[in-house]
Design a protein around this ligand. Structure first.
Ligand code: DC
Length: 227
């Protein structure tokens, strides 16, 4: 039996999670938030004092159990859904993602997670969101999308979201943190953030979520799902 694999890559704060989650639900696929997986490791790494060793990180990566259940993220059986969303963890995750050992461990974990979930018979395939899904983790994915928007638009969306939640926010601070993370993600030597050559690029600058969803659904070949 074959499973459909859909890769959704793009920079921070572009709305990949909302889009990927919706698409997965619509297509009866498992949703895999690979950024959350990097964040879980960053959390464990931070708790251990951030030792800068490739071997240490490899062992940490191999030993840490990460899984998703009922829209929650678990790291070694602890629900870390909210804890991994802090600004500190965002920048630690970006730092940790530079290590070659971590990229290798995460690639294996992501592939294994998809295989396990699909073979258990609960899903028709997987929708994965991240930075290197279409280029490295699943280069033979059935569909690849690269979702983009300017840093200013992404920062403004984040700012409004925080204000709506009554959280104190500074637009300039959000923008500089985004620009710094973009720079780190795009310029690392291994698996940098970039669109795969065969990815469909969608600039969401002037689009709402429903319009993006429509675009994605029109591009997905549903015959592959029910094959
Ligand atoms: O998508 P996110 O903001 O939750 O991801 C957090 C960090 O993890 C991001 O700065 C880079 C890293 N990451 C990565 O290197 N590769 C992925 N496939 C997903 C995330």
């Amino acid at each position: 039996m074959s499973f459909i694999i859909i890769a959704i890559d793009g920079p921070s704060g572009v709305g990949k999670s909302t889009i990927a989650r919706k698409l997965a639900a619509e297509l009866s696929c498992v949703y895999v938030d690979t950024g959350a997986m990097f964040r879980c490791l960053a959390l464990s790494w931070g708790k251990q004092g951030c030792p800068e060793s490739d071997l240490f990180l490899q062992e940490l990566g191999e030993q840490t159990r990460i899984y998703f259940e009922d829209e929650k993220t678990f790291c070694d059986e602890i629900d870390v859904t909210d804890e991994i969303r802090s600004e500190d963890i965002s920048s630690l995750a970006s730092r940790i993602s530079l290590f070659p050992s971590i990229r290798e461990v995460m690639k294996k974990k992501q592939r294994a997670l998809v295989k396990e979930e699909c073979e258990a018979g609960n899903y028709k395939g997987a929708v994965l969101e991240g930075r290197d899904i279409g280029t490295v983790v699943f280069p033979y994915a059935d569909h690849k999308f690269f979702i983009d928007a300017s840093p200013e638009i992404r920062a403004e969306r984040r700012y409004l979201q925080l204000r709506e939640q009554d959280v104190d926010a500074d637009f300039q601070e959000i923008l500089s943190a985004l620009v710094e993370r973009d720079h780190q993600d795009k310029n690392r030597s291994i698996a940098p953030l970039r669109a795969a050559e065969d990815a469909i690029i969608i600039d969401t600058g002037n689009m709402n979520i429903d319009e993006v969803m429509q675009h994605l659904l029109e591009s997905v070949d549903r015959t592959k799902i029910y094959a």
